[in-house]
Design a protein around this ligand. Structure first.
Ligand code: IMP
Length: 193
């Protein structure tokens, strides 16, 4: 299997994906491939945005590649921020402002169910395949922890005493949405070998 391009500019995602992959498959990032573009995410579903990212990079390079799009889906907010997770509080994609907006909208409601959902889009030999990973959990009343990125300080996965931002990378990876989607991608690639 040739090296796969991971179509993202998010170094946190790269670190998490490399942790899951170990030495099973090698990937290169957009930066490592010398590709400097900000791929748009114009659609209203994670599936369509993931497709947009992988197909943009495939069109540009002709190479096998994959992308992922992730959203935090909060039940009481009817699935928001969902596909709008990155820009929930505005175009500058501030993690801090996004978290503050979620906490403000939720107030002190006891209905705090939420989930992270990741959709990976793989383009292999010109054909697209998608893989989904879900992590169920709850939104905290206030932030806890300094690690991770995005909404990690307000998300506690089901059954855990720790927020994602209180976990080390291995602990987050043991239960995360991204890891679950990556496991499906890895199993698929192993089958193709
Ligand atoms: P996107 O997949 O790059 O569109 O990411 C959407 C947004 O969701 C990011 O900007 C982060 O704020 C958030 N996000 C994605 N993955 C995670 C995660 O694993 N933990 C916390 N927040 C995340």
């Amino acid at each position: 299997m040739d090296t796969l391009i991971f179509a993202t500019n998010n170094q946190h995602k790269v670190d998490e994906v490399r942790l899951v992959l170990g030495n099973q498959f090698s990937i290169i990032t957009l930066q490592e491939a010398g590709i400097d573009i900000d791929i748009p995410e114009p659609h209203d579903s994670l599936e369509a945005n993931a497709s947009e990212k992988s197909s943009s990079i495939h069109t540009l390079t002709g190479k096998n590649c994959f992308s992922e799009d992730t959203g935090l889906e909060i039940s009481i907010l009817n699935g928001a921020p969902g596909v709008k997770s990155a820009r929930f509080a505005g175009e500058d994609r501030s993690f801090k402002a996004n978290i503050e907006k979620v906490l403000q909208l939720m107030g002190n409601t006891s209905q705090r169910d939420a989930r992270f959902r990741t959709v990976i889009s793989l383009i292999l030999d010109g054909q697209e395949f998608q893989f989904e990973g879900i992590c169920e959990g709850e939104i905290l009343l206030e932030q806890r922890g300094e690690k991770g990125f995005g909404y990690d300080p307000i998300f506690v996965p089901a059954g855990s005493p720790l927020s994602f931002a209180e976990m080390n990378p291995e602990q987050k990876s043991a239960c995360s949405h991204r890891k679950k989607a990556m496991d499906k991608l890895i199993a698929f690639l192993q089958n193709k070998q």
